[in-house]
Ligand binder design. Structure first.
Ligand code: ASP
Ligand code: MG
Length: 431
């Protein structure tokens, strides 16, 4: 068994789905295909949710109608001779179910994360329904798998973790004895043991694919992307990026954690545990080798790797009256952040000061208010975190010394800089 994962960009159009079909058809081994929501569907559904939470039912339905139209356009492109009734019916049933949720109303802000999962999970359900139907029509018989019934997750809505021991028998049973070689399942979604839908965190489809690979003892996982492979920086920001042919699991986890968009941070562990190699392959040029992530490297990484994590907030926290050193209250501070699911990306402390760089979150104001009962809290928004792994002195000078850095953390291998977001000219040079 091999696992292939296709992200939103690779299925954003009818041409994309046809390309997916060609890739799947070329493979001769049994294949588990994990698919994300099409194009920007997840973002669109997040907006639908915002309106829904604000009590704007019509706005939410309008937003959802646009999501429907986007999918209808792809369907029309895939089935120019007319969408088969069964396919149209299956997709319409999902739209209707989603509309039903949007009509239910009365959502409380406290249940935001649960509603998120209920509504946003439709993106993947719709995309896989379309992909599976198209493959079938194109002569690739396959079985559509409902991952909500295979992945049992924690109840941590919007950032759920998959319970491997509970999920393994379910997924194995779902693929067992199938008369087909190809399976199509949704990335990003699962459900709690009680059957409540959950999502695994933005870009979580990679994680889904990795867990599927683990459970099915796959020989490899390939993530098909709209890039040549792993690059040493985001090519949208830098003109002089270079391609990195191989990385270890450890490198990959560090990079993903720092905000590299290559793969979701939770992806590596399930692969590492069974020593399954991960290939990042260019969707539009199947002849190219892409990059591989695995336990051992044959060479070494020559280029520095730059990762920019946007949407950061730098909190500076200190006891109001110096009556205690900050260490005494660290557990409290971090449990508060954890309680609101705010991700901490960098920590620096002194006797009476704690600086934490966290992801901007809708709950941050609330957290700051609670902290202000005991602490003086300074709150810098519009920050970004730049991580440079394998930096050189000139690079250090360019980025740490000459930028408006608020906070710098440095080890022999890596420097991390929290700085005010600045309007990046599209594509500068790394050096
Ligand atoms: N569709 C989800 C997202 O856009 C999951 C994924 O693409 O991996 O975040
Ligand atoms: Mg995506």
């Amino acid at each position: 068994m091999k696992v292939y994962k296709f992200g939103g960009a690779s299925v954003r159009s009818a041409d994309g789905v046809r390309n997916l079909c060609d890739i799947v058809r070329e493979e001769t081994e049994p294949l588990f295909v994990v698919v994300s929501a099409m194009g920007k569907t997840t973002n669109a559904l997040e907006e639908v949710l915002e309106r829904f939470m604000a009590g704007d039912r019509d706005g939410a339905l309008d937003g959802f109608a646009q999501v429907e139209r986007n999918h209808e356009e792809i369907l029309a492109g895939l089935f120019p001779e007319g969408v088969p009734a069964a396919v149209a019916g299956a997709v319409e049933a999902l739209y209707a179910e989603a509309r039903g949720v949007l009509l239910s109303g009365g959502a409380r802000e406290a249940d935001y994360d649960r509603w998120y999962d209920r509504i946003v999970s439709f993106g993947e359900l719709i995309s896989t329904t379309i992909v599976s139907a198209y493959l079938e029509r194109a002569g690739v018989p396959n079985r559509w798998i409902d991952m909500r019934r295979c992945f049992v997750t924690s109840t941590r809505h919007r950032d759920a973790n998959i319970n491997l021991p509970l999920s393994a028998p379910l997924l194995k049973r779902a693929v067992a004895g199938a008369p087909v070689r190809v399976f199509v399942g949704q990335g990003f979604i699962g459900s709690t043991a009680a059957g409540d839908p959950t999502t695994l965190g933005r870009e979580g489809s990679d994680y889904s694919a990795a867990v599927a690979a683990n459970i099915l003892d796959a020989e490899s996982l390939s993530i098909w992307k709209d890039v040549e492979g792993i690059l040493n920086a985001d090519p949208k920001l830098f003109a002089d990026t270079v391609y990195i042919p191989e990385l270890t699991y450890l490198d990959a986890i560090e990079l993903a954690y720092s905000g590299a968009q290559i793969i979701h941070p939770k992806t590596i562990k399930p692969l590492q545990n069974k020593n399954i190699p991960l290939y990042v392959r260019p969707f539009s040029d199947r002849g190219k080798p892409g990059s591989v992530i695995r336990g051992e490297m044959t060479g070494r990484i020559e280029a520095p790797i730059l990762i920019l994590k946007p949407n950061q907030v730098l909190l500076s926290i200190r006891p109001k009256d110096f009556s205690f050193v900050i260490e005494d209250r660290m557990v409290y501070i971090f449990s508060l952040l954890e309680q609101y699911r705010i991700r901490t990306n960098l920590i620096q402390s002194s006797a009476v000061n704690l600086s934490v760089c966290v992801d901007a979150s809708r709950h941050l104001k609330e957290v700051a208010e609670r902290l202000r009962q005991e602490f003086r809290v300074v709150y810098n928004s519009d920050m970004e975190l730049l991580t440079i792994r394998g930096y050189t002195p000139p690079l250090y000078e360019k980025y740490a010394e000459s930028s408006n850095a608020y906070l710098i953390q440095k080890t022999r291998k890596m420097v991390r800089i929290v700085r005010r977001t600045f309007p990046w000219r599209p594509q500068t040079n790394i050096y």
